[in-house]
Design a protein around this ligand. Structure first.
Ligand code: SF4
Ligand code: SF4
Length: 373
């Protein structure tokens, strides 16, 4: 096997690739000859369909990778072997590069490359914006109750609708760029079973099970489900909060029942459950990142922690709001909360949040390829 690999370890790449992509192609060429990890995740079956590894292919494979660490732990060609194969690490670097590469407009790639600083800056500016607005405009709505007495419903809707439409525009162009590099046809030409199988992988985070069902490798050779559990708590916590906001909109406009809501109403149930789930999930993911094997971690300029931090503090300040109703602290915590929410919205467009979207597209493409085989 080693002779075979030595002969095939020259990367099969397109010319003029960046060193990172040359390294990825070199590793993929070795893996393609070895194939020991083909049952680990969606990456290896997709890799085996290819003989060459250009930038688009490497971006696609890297976004399929969930960084469970299994292939690194099981690799007989990892350091100290001279081949120095480390798929999770090089794919993590490729993913970060791909988020910037597919960003729209192109100029916003800097926000992704400097995610930590961008997040701090946007959070401070957004919070200052709301504090200044409340202080200077005297937007103390005599008609509103709870936090709507501090900033009116219409003001919030106007600001976040504008940012929401901007995000949808960014998503359209960013997703389109990435989509076109995959084998996927138009969204209406993808068979329903492909959507169904991709949804199962997305909703169960199947690719975080290490291929054997025991989970990720954070430290050493013992697999654990912790990262998968914390990631699920974060994802479903976020979805619950989205449902709470949507229900709040239906209550407000459809049922003429504006917030704040009682503890036993549906928007409150989803908001509080989702918020608590987000708090635990984000804290757990932060701990997982800190305790992950250094060999497969990579410097990301605060990209991962910025999303975890924004979700955590958005949730924390959101949960504090009903508890502070009627106190002098409500206005400042509301401004802080809205500052985090606005910075989080910007992260949706130009931050780590995009990993969820590119990964969904990659999983869809992987299921589509399987169907065509
Ligand atoms: S990661 Fe290592 S063991 Fe797995 S397929 Fe690649 S070379 Fe083989
Ligand atoms: S998902 Fe896990 S097994 Fe698959 S390539 Fe990534 S780190 Fe390796």
């Amino acid at each position: 096997m080693q002779d075979e690999l030595t002969q095939t370890s020259a990367p099969v790449t397109a010319p003029n690739l960046l060193p990172l992509y040359e390294e990825s192609a070199r590793i993929m060429t070795i893996c393609n000859a070895c194939r020991f990890c083909e049952g680990h995740c969606a990456v290896f079956p997709a890799m085996e369909q290819r003989l060459t590894f250009d930038r688009e292919t490497v971006d696609y494979l890297a976004n399929l990778c969930h960084q469970c660490g299994a292939c690194y732990q099981h690799c007989q060609y990892a350091d100290p072997h001279e081949f120095n194969v480390n798929v999770p690490r090089v794919f993590a670097e490729v993913r970060h590069s791909s988020y910037a590469h597919y960003a729209w407009p192109k100029g916003m790639a800097w926000a992704i490359r400097n995610a930590g600083r961008f997040t701090i800056l946007t959070t401070l500016l957004a919070t200052a914006f709301f504090l200044l607005g409340v202080t200077l405009s005297g937007d103390q709505s005599s008609e509103g109750v709870g936090f709507y007495a501090v900033i009116s419903h219409n003001t919030m809707v106007t600001i976040f609708s504008f940012v929401g439409w901007l995000i949808l525009l960014v998503w359209y162009f960013s997703i389109r760029s990435f989509w076109l590099t995959t084998a996927l046809p138009g969204i209406f030409n993808i068979p329903l079973p492909v959507y169904r199988r991709a949804m199962v992988s997305i909703l169960t985070l199947k690719n975080l099970d290490g291929g054997h069902g025991h989970g990720c490798y954070q430290q050493g050779e013992v697999a654990s489900q912790l990262r998968r559990v914390f990631h699920q708590m974060t994802m479903y916590g976020f979805l619950f909060c989205f449902v709470a906001t949507s229900l709040g909109t239906i209550y407000h406009y459809g049922l003429s029942a504006p917030a704040p809501y009682d503890w036993l109403t549906a928007p409150k149930f989803f908001g509080v459950t989702g918020g608590v789930s987000l708090l635990v999930g984000c804290a757990g993911l932060w701990w997982c990142r800190r305790s992950t094997e250094q060999a497969i971690e990579t410097e990301d300029g605060g990209l991962g922690n910025s999303l975890i931090g924004l979700l955590f503090f958005t949730s924390l300040t959101g949960l504090a709001l009903p508890l502070l109703k009627g106190t002098e602290y409500l206005a400042i915590i509301l401004c802080l909360h809205l500052g985090f929410v606005l910075a989080l919205f910007l992260n949706f467009a130009w931050g780590k949040f995009m990993h969820s979207i590119y990964r969904c597209v990659a999983l869809l493409a992987s299921e589509y390829e399987k169907l065509r085989q």
